[in-house]
Design a protein around this ligand. Structure first.
Ligand code: SF4
Length: 321
């Protein structure tokens, strides 16, 4: 059998490369659009950014903070309101921290930025006994330094790069190890009320941020320079959630959605809902309950009867709450 092959379609390495590049560009554009859309939605849902804001964008050198800065800069260009962005990195003096990476990256971006030098690493090593986890004190020192600096530079908001998966993981960490139903909210007033913290990536999936970061080839700084392994408990939670997601795609999103759809009267926290003062009100006509319309009432009271009655014949409703 004679086969007619269009010469132009025969394998052509140059053409293949061009097609690959075209596909990559399409994939990248779609990904960028999704992350921009999710970020924009979170910003709008929580009124994270307002006219005249000066936002301190915390840049750790990880994929999340690089992505957050990038997306905020791109949203700033098209936003109908005007706001300022200031990138800030806290150099905690961990051994091997590549000091040149962020300044040279930020110089190229051409935005206002500051590098704070504070040796929290030595403080943490001195104060925390060998073998104990250092993250608690380290985070407190970092938070204190950054919040104070936000005031110094006149920033009224502090942006952190936590994403949807961080938020879900933190909720399980608090439940499993702290017996609390709490997480990192997309927007927060600091305890001393001096700073508003925003998390513009709150709706973004970590997998998409990771892919975006690879596309962008950010000069990511490894996050294990302090010598502490990522918190083992968090690793376990991550593993659990990843497995759930494999077994039931969409579960993590459902969990996150449920954090935005809380019914205090269906939980058990007397501080959120007044369970003590539940008063019945039978003044309105009763709605039909959904259950079998045939039932047998037995007992010794005045409504007891031996024969089943149909509900539409004014039967007595017996139901389980
Ligand atoms: S992993 Fe290291 S740098 Fe990160 S919070 Fe813990 S001690 Fe600090």
């Amino acid at each position: 059998m004679v086969q007619f092959v269009d010469a132009s379609l025969a394998s052509n390495p140059q053409l293949d490369n061009e097609l690959d590049e075209k596909q990559l560009k399409t994939d990248f554009n779609k990904l960028q659009k999704r992350i921009r859309r999710d970020t924009g939605r979170a910003i709008s849902d929580f009124k994270m950014i307002e006219e005249g804001d000066r936002i301190m964008v915390c840049l750790s050198g990880g994929k999340d903070s690089f992505t957050m800065l990038d997306i905020l800069i791109s949203l700033q260009k098209s936003a109908p309101i005007s706001f300022e962005l200031v990138a800030v990195n806290l150099d905690q003096k961990q051994p091997g921290f590549p000091e040149h990476i962020l300044p040279s990256y930020l110089d190229k971006l051409g935005i206002e930025y500051y590098i704070i030098n504070r040796d929290t690493y030595t403080v943490v090593k001195q104060k925390v006994p060998e073998g104990r986890t250092t993250c608690g004190l380290c985070s407190r020192l970092r938070r204190g330094t950054l919040y104070a600096f936000a005031e110094d530079i006149g920033a009224n908001k502090v942006a952190l790069g936590h994403h949807r998966d961080d938020i879900v993981q933190t909720m399980f960490l608090n439940m499993f190890y702290g017996a609390r139903l709490a997480s990192m909210p997309p927007k927060l007033l600091s305890d001393d009320k001096r700073n508003v913290i925003i998390r513009p990536l709150a709706y973004c999936k970590e997998s998409e941020i990771e892919a975006f970061s690879k596309f962008k080839n950010y000069p990511v700084i490894p996050c294990n320079l302090c010598g502490t392994q990522e918190n083992l408990q968090r690793q376990n939670i991550k593993h659990m959630l990843n497995q759930w997601e494999i077994d039931n795609p969409g579960r993590v999103q459902n969990i996150f959605n449920s954090m935005q759809n809380i019914a205090p009267s269906q939980m058990a926290d007397g501080k959120l809902f007044d369970f003590e003062n539940l008063n019945i009100d039978r003044s309105a006509a009763r709605e039909e309950y959904e259950y079998a319309n045939e039932q047998l009432i037995e007992g010794v009271g005045s409504f007891a009867q031996k024969e089943p009655r149909l509900k539409d014949e004014n039967s007595i409703d017996v139901f389980n709450l």
